[in-house]
Design a protein around this ligand. Sequence first.
Ligand code: CUK
Ligand code: CUA
Ligand code: CA
Length: 610
Amino acid sequence: MNRHPWLLVAASVLVTLGLVHTMGCGATRSARSLAAEKVYVAPGELDKYYGFLSGGQSGSVFVIGVPSGRLIREIPIFEPRAAYGYAVHENDPRRQLLLATGALWGDTHHPMLSETKGIPDGKYLFINDLANARVARVRLDYFEADRIVKIPNLQGAHGIAVVSPDTHLLVVNGEFEQPTDGLVTNPAPYTSVVAFLDPESMEVKFQVRVDGNLDIADTSKDGRYSFSTVYNLEQGRDMGSMIQYDRDAVAAIDIPAAEKAVAAGKGHVRNGVPILDPAENPGVLTLIPVPKNPHGVNVTPDGRYVIAAGKLSPTVTIIDAHTLKIVAEPEVGLGPLHTTFDDRGNAFTSLFLDSQVVKWNIDKAVKGASDYIVDRINVHYNIGHLQAVGGDTMHPYGDYLLALNKLSKDQYLPVGPDMPENQELIDISGEKMKMLASFPTPPEPHDATFVPAALLKTITKQTYAPADDAVKAGQEKVVRTGPHAVTVDMTLIRSAYTPDSFQVKEGDQVTLRVTNVETIRDMIHGFALPDHNLNIALPPGYTKTITFDAGKPGVYWYYCTNFCSALHLEMRGRMLVQPKDSTVVLTDWHAAENVKGQTVPGVPSTGANK
Ligand code: CUK
Ligand code: CUA
Ligand code: CA
């Protein structure tokens, strides 16, 4: 079909008009297109980076793609999560661990990647639970929390950091002060501790006592110091008394000196952990006075400086990371909270009250030059953390920065009385920062850290190696192990359960040991049992053992909750629960049922009644 030339002319005029038409946000359409292009990831293409966002009060970690902002995955950690069959049943060992270490919820704030030579090695992601003094370790090859530990003598596990450059230790700050001797000598002076954990055993090696609430942590790039902000040097118990001093402190702990003191037996052991009192161990703790109720503390990628954000002071304090002397205190704006870095000597500080990111040049600020502020960009609104890709390592990438904003106000339609939580992605590759995109993620993304997709690709494992307790195909069985106990060894593979039925009696405790014997990736099967609160998910090779009460007499269909094949809906089986005193012999469907107390390996429908 021929188009009239006039139509083409009209169309090109419209396009030209469109190009210069100023959009509501102040950007021209061409600026929009450029921004869109920078965050567009075509179907089938990969994001350049994977970002790990702490989920705040959701107790999880969210994984997003950068630059697309796509939500890729959720890693449940401190809370049960039905979507992943995680810690759902009351007898699930993970749920019991969560309860034993505090609660079925957590408040995750700071995701930290393990490092080798000052850059992420893709081995672990550590994440704190502020509320219950816990820290978890996520294995990045499986995207799964493999350790969750409770830290003794500490309340409010807030700032965490790995000791650079090789993850020698993990640092955890205690925010809420506790009576020094518990309640033994009440009223006792209150104090906090900084805990140092072995990243492999996750054991707390030692703690150092520091008075005043400990906030955020970072470490020097040479493994010498940990730095923690202390905002309540007043040791006030209410807000008014916490903001009396003009200066609080950055607490610098000399890690080798502390280790030496612990090795020499200088620690006071409490709940199995040696605690060093700095008064008895001079040189271990240095308090560097910084204004005022300081919040973030971030070490520059080259390891030269420590930047403490003033929060109630419009300044950041620049501290020499080797001499621990203050070298400059430049003004940056109102409510400075956190700082991150590019690879060209610039720092980016979040300004909570100004709702801005300010870019400033570190060398110029140290030299006292007047033109150290490079740029400012508005964010929407009330930014907390910000993180440039690699800004927390020795080798930042200098391309993208994620602003994690506390409030989104007019950015989205209200969702009920609430507004969605908001992230904004900023291009920091040029002199001027450019806003690229804004996207919501579930509440409350608190802080973020990133790995290149190219690294993740090399470490991700796609199947589990069968554990020692794995059930092998052909060795499925149903065994009555006691008057009120039945063990079911089960396997699953597309798309059937073996056995696909078993019988128990009312009052039985059923121990299900179930293995997904698939050997290819992405073949997760679920095991959901109606009215038994049982919902587990089994990745390929994975084994799970769980004991549950048989429940009321009846027929219960267990079924697969994860789509696995065209016969996914047919993937199910029956648990037949007979009444306690029943003598009925159930013979429907499967003749092999009702073999009294016998084990018939390999026969799918082995009875275990009587
Ligand atoms: S603290 Cu909240 S904005 Cu928990 Cu990371 Cu700075
Ligand atoms: Cu297995 Cu669906
Ligand atoms: Ca204070």
